[in-house]
Each structure stands twice: as structure tokens, then as C-alpha cells.
Design a protein around this ligand. Structure first.
Ligand code: M6R
Length: 365
């Protein structure tokens, strides 16, 4: 049932404040602010120094975000692979303490094959998974649920932001267990995460402005998405959403990579979506924006109030979110890019809930 919404995807985008709240509740005691592993899981990070993450598609981008979180907040080194490569890469796994898989459906063949491979190699396995009765959930040693509820739209939305929520909170738990974060740092981070539902609501309020951008986006055949640091995985996911839904050719890049090749694509007809909250790497991203602006590229800047006040280059259009703590920003910014892809697709008349050639769960390798 789509309720008042035109598509399941739109409904699922709007469910996010609620389901992110549910997911967070599994990883944080919201009365004390203490992080925890979900009930019934005896997973401890005390002796985890290296995690090997694998997943596919949107799950892979959540995994990339997980890498940034675990490295920043828990000082745990992370390897990351698309699941279809992990198994064949013959990477030495001797110093890997945990193999972590991210999957909405829990049935993706490539991810399942990687999980089985990791078990054969004698690794401890954990899965961040949305469907609790799935094969991946059954076969993993530790099950780390996302509580997004059933996701019908083929393009993943709420499952992704719930994956980010779970991974962020877990990285805080890991940081505490490893002695990287003290009690005060833990509370500051979990309080920031507890703001996620409200901040996603703030993002949803920008739908009209995003729809306007989408009308312009729909006139283009190509687009670039740039982000640095915590915004890099979000840029990649934003590009995937746009290409899946609207069939516009979209590429996500680390903002710093622009000058190493993709800058050759920039002219007046190239929209460049820049994800740039006013964080520790903002100034660097602004220099990359200047490179785009100097070549006439059409910049769509997604930033916060401080970023909008500070930015030195003229963007073609700007979406302004409230200032927010770094750990929670990826979740809110992802929602803007979901709405951009959604409205571009609606504008172009493509099948939003069932994009061509795609299936909700990919059960062949
Ligand atoms: O169910 P999974 O999370 O394992 O699925 C992985 C990918 O197939 C999936 O994320 C796919 O990329 C979606 N269409 C993204 O919107």
C-alpha cells in the first residue's frame, strides 16, 4: 500500500525518520546514550583490529561509509570489496578479525557466496541485514539488523540510511570497546545520531527545492557527483540512484579525483552535484568546485548553513541543510540525493519502482 504517495519509493523515502529511529534503538540505549550491540549478539570489538567488508550496489556504498566510520571512530582498519570480487581476489586474510557483509535482502548471490567463502577461510562473520529470515542472516555468526521494514522500491532508500545508522552506531560501540572513545565522546556521538530522524525530516522539507533541480537535471544526459571524506560514499550512492531511476549516465567521484581525469568532461552542459557540508574538508572541496566553475560546469551544491555562508564560488543552485554533526550528515545528505533521483525519474516518466533491467534481489552471481 502506497498510502498517500505516488510510488513506493516516495513512501519509503518518507518512512526514513521513523525507521532510522527504530534502527538506532537497537544500537543505542536512547535513555542513557550508551552504545550497544543488538540484543542476543555476543559480538565484541575489543580484539578487532581489521575488518573485511563486502557487499553489492548500495550495500557496497554503505560498506564504504562503514569503513570511514570504523576507521575514524574505532581506529579499526577496513578492507572493502564488492562481493563479486572479494571471493576471487585471493587477498591474504590472516590478519582479518571479522568479515562484515551488508545486504538489504540477505539473498544477494554474490554477497552470500562471499560470506560462505569467508567462513571457509575460518573468519568470524557478521551481517548488517534488513530481512531477518534471509539466508545471509541465517548463515552469519552475528546478525546486525536494520529495522527499515520491507522495502518494495527496487532502488534502495530507507534500507541504505538504516545501514548507515547501524554502521555509525556500531563504530561508536567499537570505539568504546577498544578504548578509542571515552564515555563523553561516546555520548556526544550517540546524541548526534539521535538527531538523525529530525535531520532527515529537515531534509524532506526541501523536497520542493529538490524537485525544481530535478526538472533541470531531466534535461541532461550526463551528471557528475562529487564528495570528499564522509561525503564521498554519498556522492557514489547519489550517482547510482540517478542512473538506476532516470537512466541518466551519472558518475560519482572523490572530489579530489576530479583533476585526475573527469575534469575533461566539464563544460556548460555538465551538471556537477557537489556534496559539501561545512566539515573538516570543506575548503578542499571548494577548490574542486572552483575548478568546475572555471570551466563553466553547472554546479548543484548541497551544503549546510555554514557552508552556504562561506562558499566562495557561485553555484548554479544550492540546497541548504541545517548545520549538523559530522557523524549524522551522511544520512541526511543521502535523502536529498534520493529525492533528486526520484523527481528526475518522475519528470522523465521512467518506471520509478521497477526500473528497467533491475530486480529487487539479485540471486545469480
Ligand atoms: O539486497 P542487497 O542489499 O544485497 O542488494 C544489493 C544490490 O543489488 C542493491 O543495493 C542494488 O544496487 C539496488 N538496486 C540499489 O538501489
Amino acid at each position: 500500500d502506497k498510502g498517500n504517495h505516488r510510488h513506493f519509493m516516495q513512501k519509503e523515502i518518507y518512512e526514513q525518520p521513523e525507521v532510522i529511529g527504530h534502527t538506532l534503538g537497537a544500537y543505542v540505549d536512547l535513555t542513557t546514550g550508551r552504545s550497544r550491540v543488538p540484543v542476543g549478539q555476543d559480538l565484541s570489538f575489543s580484539n578487532v583490529r581489521r575488518i573485511a567488508i563486502s557487499a553489492c550496489g548500495t550495500g557496497f556504498y554503505a560498506g564504504l561509509m562503514g569503513r570511514y566510520f570504523f576507521e575514524r571512530y574505532a581506529r579499526i582498519a577496513c578492507d572493502l570489496d564488492v562481493a563479486s570480487e572479494f571471493r576471487y581476489r585471493e587477498s591474504p586474510l590472516d590478519d582479518v578479525d571479522l568479515a562484515l557483509f551488508v545486504s538489504q535482502s540477505g539473498e544477494t548471490a554474490d554477497t552470500l557466496a562471499s560470506l560462505r567463502y569467508a567462513k571457509e577461510q575460518g573468519l568470524a562473520t557478521a551481517a548488517v541485514v534488513n530481512v531477518q529470515e534471509s539466508t545471509i542472516a541465517r548463515e552469519s555468526r552475528y546478525v546486525l539488523p536494520t529495522l527499515a521494514g520491507p522495502e518494495i522500491g527496487v532502488a534502495s532508500t530507507k534500507a541504505f540510511t538504516c545501514q548507515l545508522t547501524a554502521l555509525a552506531a556500531l563504530s561508536v560501540r567499537a570505539g568504546v570497546e577498544r578504548g578509542v572513545l571515552d564515555g563523553a565522546a561516546e555520548l556526544e556521538l550517540t546524541r548526534a545520531l539521535a538527531e538523525a530522524p529530525r535531520l532527515v525530516n529537515e531534509a524532506l522539507k526541501l523536497e520542493d527545492a529538490v524537485e525544481k533541480l530535478a526538472r533541470d537535471m531531466a534535461t541532461h544526459r550526463h551528471a557528475l557527483f562529487l564528495g570528499r571524506g564522509f561525503s564521498f560514499p554519498i556522492a557514489l550512492e547519489g550517482a547510482l540512484k540517478l542512473k538506476e531511476l532516470s537512466y541518466i549516465h551519472a558518475e560519482g567521484y572523490a572530489a579530489g579525483e576530479l583533476k585526475h581525469g573527469p575534469i575533461a568532461l566539464i563544460d556548460e552542459t555538465m551538471p556537477v552535484v557537489v556534496i559539501a557540508p561545512h566539515d573538516r574538508v570543506f575548503e578542499k572541496t571548494v577548490s574542486n568546485m572552483q575548478e568546475v566553475a572555471a570551466r563553466g560546469g553547472k554546479i548543484v551544491l548541497v551544503t549546510d548553513a555554514s557552508g552556504a555562508a562561506a562558499k566562495a564560488v557561485g553555484a548554479h543552485s544550492t540546497i541548504v541543510l541545517p548545520d549538523m554533526p559530522e557523524i549524522v550528515a551522511p544520512i541526511a545528505y543521502a535523502v536529498i540525493l534520493q529525492m533528486l533521483a526520484y523527481h528526475t525519474a518522475v519528470q522523465m516518466g521512467t518506471d520509478v519502482d521497477q526500473p528497467r533491467n533491475l530486480a529487487k534481489s539479485v540471486t545469480v552471481e
